[in-house]
Design a binder for this molecule. Structure first.
Ligand code: NAP
Length: 261
């Protein structure tokens, strides 16, 4: 039976405390092999090791950056990877582009490097990732839900709204959203499901906890009304991957109960 286990690919898992890592853990618990892409082989391996030691099957794939060619190449590695349990390549059935830069600066303080980082992690990398995912899904038979694969993207408030400090990140996230819509329209007819989420609030991660360290825990870290739990976002991704072809979501927005929006 192990040979039939599908692969879930996730790009962008940071230190292992955010959306990418939570989603990897959840797909693993639900029978997927997990291919982890991160900047730096160590980061990718750390999460893969954790999943392997809790009974799942995962492999880490490091990349130096999220440039188009780097992502084409790391996806080639994943496609030809022989999974230890079978020594065979396996089918990619779900893929999440979760990486995204966090450059927040007023326009005149945005450097060319900031802009490049945003466009690389939100547009160029996702273009290459999508190309490889779509080509891979095309080889799959329809599954029991009537789909060949699910391609997911993590967006943000900045996917639909610019603001005084978001020119760089919004330029990237708008691009990511429009890419996902174009793909949903082009490949829906091939039974490839493409979905985008707008994460409209602050996600609870090691990085955001550090950023809010001057706030009482009751106002942020321990207040489920004030921030998104990455495990809950992961549940939404799993739900999207399980939708049958008669009722597909292209876009989902998620925010904590008390978000002002
Ligand atoms: N944190 C929030 O409050 C928040 C709110 C709304 C939307 N989002 C979006 O949600 C997604 C997941 O974020 P998360 O906070 O839960 O963290 P996460 O899943 O732990 O990781 C997001 C990944 O984006 C990559 N990344 C971060 N900064 C980058 C940079 N400067 N250049 C290139 N890549 C970078 C990292 O990839 P590596 O694995 O290579 O380090 C990081 O792991 C991101 O797309 C983010 O834009 C976050």
């Amino acid at each position: 039976m192990a040979a039939a286990r599908p692969i879930f690919v996730v790009a962008g898992v940071g230190a292992g405390s955010g959306t990418g890592a939570s989603t990897a853990r959840l797909f693993s618990k639900n029978g997927y092999r997990v291919a982890v892409i991160a900047r730096g082989a160590d980061r990718a391996k750390k999460l893969a090791d954790e999943i392997n030691s809790s009974g799942g099957e995962a492999a880490g794939f490091g990349t130096s950056d999220y440039a188009y060619k780097s992502i084409l190449s790391v996806m080639d590695e994943i496609k030809s990877f022989k999974w230890p349990s079978t020594q065979q390549p396996a089918q990619i059935r779900a893929a999440l582009w979760n990486a995204g830069n966090s450059v927040f600066n007023q326009f005149l303080d945005v450097s060319e490097d900031d802009l490049n980082l945003s466009l690389q992690s939100n547009v160029q990398g996702p273009f290459a990732f999508s190309r490889q995912a779509v080509l891979s899904f095309r080889d799959n038979e329809l599954d029991e839900r009537g789909k060949r694969g699910t391609l997911l993207f993590t967006g943000a408030t900045a996917s639909t709204r610019g603001n005084t400090w978001t020119s760089a990140v919004a330029a990237g996230k708008f691009g990511l959203r429009s890419l996902s819509q174009s793909l949903a329209k082009e490949f829906g007819k091939e039974n490839i499901h493409v979905a985008h989420t707008i994460i409209d609030g602050i996600i609870l991660t090691e990085r955001t906890i550090a950023r809010h360290s001057n706030m009482p825990k009751a106002q942020f870290e321990e207040n489920a009304d004030a921030r998104l739990n990455p495990d809950s976002i992961a549940e939404a991704y799993f739900y999207l991957a399980n939708q049958d072809r008669s009722a597909w979501t292209w876009e989902l927005d998620l925010r904590p109960a008390h978000e002002k929006w």
